[in-house]
Write a protein that binds this ligand. Structure first.
Ligand SMILES: NC(=O)c1ccc[n+]([C@@H]2O[C@H](COP(=O)([O-])OP(=O)(O)OC[C@H]3O[C@@H](n4cnc5c(N)ncnc54)[C@H](O)[C@@H]3O)[C@@H](O)[C@H]2O)c1
Length: 318
């Protein structure tokens, strides 16, 4: 197996470290020559098309700013190169069918890094609800991303390059879990605002969503908290209250805790989800199996987010 990475920024370094440990890393590309200057033992490129054509990797990891994902996914799939793309899959509605078409016409497969689906507490809840009825849910993400964070990359905080704010970046994983547990809603009404970074970012730092469908759920997210708080999800499941936090699940008052995991990659806050997702994706590539977080699956949360941006407090179809 030969892996290549496009984008050697915050998350690209995380991918590179895990792939080096897996013994599959062949090449890294970043348009910023300085970004990759310390990397040794791999081929380095500044142009990702040149890298795809010369290296012809088995898997390419896309770790670039949001607005580049769709184009890079389509270019790689068009060359029959398997793609593992960082979230979000894309930021524009019209890119969803383009990506799904490229996926259908490719001999290669597409996977998207929704690595929180691989966290033990989240897997426990997914398994717990399987033979029960989810009746409703609420999720919340209260984190802190200040002006300094947004100034750390010119693409951050702008509609044309990030495609949104807290929802399409930080809270996407938890919103994805909401739809994974509750199913895809049909309609939603939502409001977004900029409560702490007015004049500093174009996009929302805070959002509130009421989603309706077979199973309705509410979702609240903000980058304007005083500090990063643990993500929380509460579900009503066959009459019982299920509370989910990163390392705990409480079912009607009974606590199930999960040991602190040895993190992989570069940052402890990412836990070990990426490593587990990579192993699963590479197994699917090797053995010709279907990878569950494919284009259509990853597009679900994007459709919810894009509907939120259209809602302005009114009910909209997703
Ligand atoms: N799954 C997760 O938990 C998680 C965590 C952090 C970031 N991410 C995602 O990873 C992606 C990157 O985020 P980041 O924080 O690493 O951003 P970043 O700005 O730190 O890094 C992006 C890198 O891409 C490079 N780049 C830009 N255009 C390029 C091009 N045309 N060709 C090659 N390289 C190019 C930049 O020079 C930079 O080094 C985003 O989609 C983000 O949402 C995911």
């Amino acid at each position: 197996m030969k892996a290549a990475v496009i984008g050697y920024g915050v998350i690209g370094k995380h991918h590179v470290k895990i792939l080096s440990e897996m013994g599959v890393l062949s090449a890294v590309c970043d348009i910023d020559k300085n970004a990759v200057s310390g990397l040794e033992g791999v081929e380095l490129y500044e142009n990702y098309i040149e890298m795809l054509d010369k290296v012809s990797p088995d898997v390419v990891h896309i770790c670039t700013p949001h607005y580049l994902h769709a184009e890079m996914v389509i270019e790689a799939l068009g060359r029959n190169i398997n793609v593992l793309c960082e979230k979000p899959l894309c930021i524009k509605e019209e890119d969803i069918p383009r990506i799904l078409e490229a996926e259908k016409n490719s001999k290669a497969i597409l996977g998207v890094c929704h690595q929180n689906r691989y966290n033990p507490a989240n897997l426990y809840v997914k398994d717990y609800i399987e033979d029960k009825t989810v009746e409703g849910g609420v999720g919340q993400v209260s984190w802190n991303r200040d002006a300094k964070y947004y100034a750390s990359g010119a693409w951050r905080g702008r509609w044309d390059t990030e495609g949104g704010g807290v929802l399409i970046n930080q809270a996407l994983h938890t919103l994805d879990l909401m739809q994974w547990f509750c199913g895809m809603p049909d309609t939603l009404s939502a409001s977004t605002s900029n409560l702490t970074l007015d004049g500093k970012i174009e996009v929302e730092d805070t959002a509130a969503i009421c989603a309706k469908g077979d199973v309705g759920f509410n979702f609240y997210a903000s980058n304007g908290s005083a500090l990063d708080m643990p993500v929380e999800i509460t579900l009503k499941v066959s009459g019982k209250t299920v509370k989910l936090m990163p390392r705990y699940v409480v079912v009607d008052g009974e606590i199930k805790s999960f040991p602190k995991e040895k993190p992989n990659g570069t940052k402890t806050c990412y836990g070990s989800g990426h490593g587990r997702l990579f192993e699963h994706f590479y197994r699917c590539v090797r053995e010709g199996e279907h990878f569950p977080i494919d284009g259509a699956e990853a597009a679900k949360v994007i459709k919810i987010i894009l509907a939120v941006y259209k809602s302005h407090g009114k009910s909209v179809k997703i």
